[in-house]
Design a binder for this molecule. Structure first.
Ligand code: ATP
Ligand code: MG
Length: 454
């Protein structure tokens, strides 16, 4: 009470809590309660009214500090998952290894996590947490204090706790200052933290790209030697992290960051082959720029489309090789698609559910070059036309097919019936069936499935 009165008269000053965090008042961070979404606010209020702590934590605080709109809100509390569940009618406990609670309000879900310890104490005395032979933590499911919870987080900017009731930020490791300096800094000893969880190296590259931050030298240095540890991480987890990086709205910068840190072998091994070939690099650059622009303007962007672009330069390479060896264009394309999908499975583990869409987009590519008769009309009707057309535009942008082809299809879509009829280019389509049957050899007639030079 007296403190509040003094605060009112003299303004709030940063102070430290018992566990060593700086507690920053509104004017030191500028985040107002009204900037939170209603659901996160409600969750924190309910928790505190029940006598628990409730802070917005992690990415949301960081994003608000940087003037960005958070994509979701996470809440940290000292209540156990069971206690949290009892407070919210629409909530459920998820996870086995470490339980968290999903609280639903409206169409939104807030993730509520109980303060977790990484065994910081044991670390100082004798670290008995289970690790593999490289130091990777195999489990970390111990509840802890708020300070423990802050210490087990990865970067200083991700260990900020916002108290909506007092509009204060609890900052344990100088994360607010690092945000201002735009520096990404690991909490604790970087090498140990990377050994505990090598995925943190990928996260470093992702955050540096997404936020346009500089990676602090001590945080960056161990990556070059430790990058191979990513080989011990389950492929599905690597895939999740790759997806986050590629769908962050800063994929182009992210991919370059990965390469600069030598991390792409562990995350996107296919980058090696793509970026060594100028045509592949042009195509991927066009594709990533396009995805970034879509995400930044809130337009939908599908992972299948994106992975379809990343794998395309390899598909083209195999396709051409098979054709050069005498295979017909269409079977060559299908064979190339399967070869590439099989090969990447051991590397990146792109889930099979994306295969169907990737294959459809790829398989439609030769059909854009058939501009006679009924063919263009049929292609327009295809359920995947839109995605395949967007894909073809990227090929045009990269110089893989003539720019004129992209322009033709852009016009054809909006043209009226007469204009469309006048646009048809009869000679460019496959020869009619009858003629094909008469051919003696199995060789493809010129223009049967016309394919532009890559
Ligand atoms: P984004 O906006 O990209 O989701 P985020 O900071 O919310 O960023 P998440 O992956 O959602 O990132 O993780 C939430 C929080 O959990 C992080 O801010 C960080 O504090 C902590 N965290 C996540 N992964 C790790 C990890 N591998 N090691 C340590 N802390 C982690
Ligand atoms: Mg998040």
């Amino acid at each position: 009470m007296i403190r509040r009165l003094l605060d009112k008269v003299f303004g709030r000053k940063p102070r430290a809590n018992a566990q060593g965090a700086q507690i920053l008042p509104l004017d030191a961070h500028g985040i107002r309660r009204s900037q939170l979404d209603d659901c996160a606010l409600k969750v924190c209020e309910t928790l505190t009214q029940a006598g628990y702590k409730g802070y917005v934590v992690g990415g949301a605080v960081r994003d608000l500090l940087l003037g960005k709109t958070p994509k979701d809100f996470d809440v940290a509390t000292d209540a156990t998952p069971e206690q949290v569940r009892k407070l919210f009618r629409r909530s459920r406990i998820i996870g086995r290894r470490f339980q968290i609670v999903h609280v639903m309000c409206g169409r939104e879900t807030i993730e509520v996590t109980t303060f977790r310890a990484n065994g910081q104490k044991e670390l100082e005395e004798e670290d008995e947490r289970p690790t593999d032979e490289h130091g990777r933590l195999l489990s970390d499911n111990v509840f802890g204090s708020m300070a423990d919870d802050a210490a087990r987080r990865d970067f200083t900017i991700n260990a900020l706790y916002y108290d909506p009731a007092r509009e204060e930020v609890h900052d344990y490791f100088g994360g607010v200052a690092d945000c201002r300096k735009r520096v990404l800094r690991m909490i604790g000893d970087p090498e140990t933290r990377y050994r505990e969880d090598p995925v943190r190296m990928l996260r470093a590259a992702r955050f540096a790209a997404k936020l346009d931050f500089h990676i602090d030298e001590a945080t960056r240095r161990p990556i070059a030697t430790l990058a191979p540890l990513l080989a011990n991480i389950p492929r599905a987890r690597i895939f999740d992290e790759a997806l986050k990086l590629l769908m962050s709205g800063h994929a182009l910068r992210g991919v370059h960051q990965l390469r600069a840190e030598g991390l792409h072998h562990g995350m996107l091994p296919l980058l090696d082959t793509i970026l060594d070939d100028p045509a592949g690099e042009r195509f991927i650059t066009a594709a990533l720029k396009n995805t970034d622009a879509r995400i930044q303007s809130d337009r939908p962007s599908s992972p299948a489309f994106l992975f379809g672009t990343l794998l395309w330069p390899q598909v083209v390479k195999h396709w051409r090789a098979l054709e050069a060896a005498g295979e017909k264009p269409q079977p060559a394309l299908f064979q190339a698609m399967d070869t590439v999908l099989d090969a990447q499975r051991s590397q990146l583990a792109i889930p099979r559910r994306y295969d169907g869409m990737m294959k459809e987009i790829w398989a439609l590519q030769p059909r854009f070059e058939q501009r006679g008769g009924q063919r263009p009309y049929r292609l327009l009707e295809h359920p995947r036309f839109r995605a395949a057309y967007d894909f073809m535009l990227l090929r045009a942008e990269a110089g893989e097919v003539p720019a004129e082809l992209g322009e033709w299809w852009t016009r054809f879509q909006v043209a009226d019936a007469d204009e469309r009829a006048a646009m048809l280019i009869a000679d460019n389509g496959p020869k009619p069936r009858r003629k094909r049957r008469r051919r003696k050899t199995g060789e493809a007639a010129a223009g049967e499935v016309p394919v532009a030079d890559a």
